[in-house]
Write a protein that binds this ligand. Structure first.
Ligand code: ADP
Ligand code: ADP
Length: 227
């Protein structure tokens, strides 16, 4: 676990006239669930991708704990990311999907098995480990995608609209599951959504972006209390 600090982090896309993310100052506590919210195009994904190392930072810095990661490649940042199009490998079982990154990293089979079993337990996937993704529901697949991220025991967990492919009912139940899971694991999490209800129900704190600028950061409770 570690805190995350955006220190005037700026991203100006090549050919852009103004930054997609403009001097973002934001400190996320160790173990905190922070939601980045705002309308389409406000800079949420860009902020997340800068933290993941998938987007250049053109000004300012990003730190994980006290490590300056601004110029580190993604693999050296100790981060795991779950996307909305959580592509699972269709020909692999759930267990193999979840253990794949560890296998690539050269972790031994017994150790992978142990980690996969632990993650499956937490995510309520134990009975599905030997199935292929196509035999699962959308919500179960989403949990496999989270499991794949969790087994790596990252310091920071990033999610970009992870629920947007689920139907409304499943979205609400999965929301609760993700928030509960995060609290149990206590991994510092940055969660991107355009859905205000999702933001207010899931986040320890919510950061509101507009046109690349940070408008407000507060707990959901204090945001409700403000006019
Ligand atoms: P959000 O995730 O809030 O929808 P983004 O971070 O994707 O917003 O985009 C922020 C701004 O940056 C938008 O104006 C978008 O058009 C622009 N943008 C995003 N990706 C690129 C890119 N690869 N090249 C140029 N402009 C981009
Ligand atoms: P390989 O496919 O390389 O022979 P395995 O069949 O053991 O190796 O599967 C690959 C990885 O996925 C393993 O390291 C294993 O730990 C994990 N795995 C496979 N099946 C299960 C399972 N039922 N429960 C937990 N982990 C599993």
């Amino acid at each position: 676990m570690a805190s995350v600090t955006y220190d005037k982090a700026t991203r100006l896309y090549p050919g852009g006239t103004k930054p997609a993310v403009d001097a973002l100052d934001l400190h996320i506590e160790d173990g905190e669930f922070l939601v980045l919210v705002g309308p389409s195009g406000c800079g949420k994904s860009t902020s997340l991708r800068m933290l993941a190392g998938l987007e250049d930072v053109n000004g300012g810095a990003i730190r994980i704990g006290d490590r300056d990661v601004t110029n580190l490649p993604p693999k050296d940042r100790d981060i795991a990311m779950v996307f909305q199009n959580y592509a699972l490998y269709p020909h692999m079982t759930v267990a193999d999907n979840m253990g794949f990154a560890l296998k690539i990293a050269g972790v031994n089979k017994a150790e992978i098995r142990k980690k996969v079993e632990e993650a499956a337990k937490i995510l309520d996937l134990t009975e599905y480990l030997d199935r292929k993704p196509k035999a699962l529901s959308g919500g179960q697949r989403q949990r496999v995608a989270m499991g794949r991220a969790i087994v790596r025991e990252p310091q920071v967990f990033l999610m970009d609209e992870p629920l947007s492919n689920l139907d409304a009912k499943l979205r609400v139940s999965t929301r609760t599951q993700i928030a509960g899971l995060q609290r149990r694991l206590g991994i510092t999490t940055v969660y991107v959504t355009h859905d205000q209800t999702e933001a207010m129900t899931m986040g320890d704190r919510v950061a509101v972006l507009k046109d690349g600028l940070l408008q407000q950061v507060d707990t959901p409770r204090r945001m409700y209390d403000k006019p």
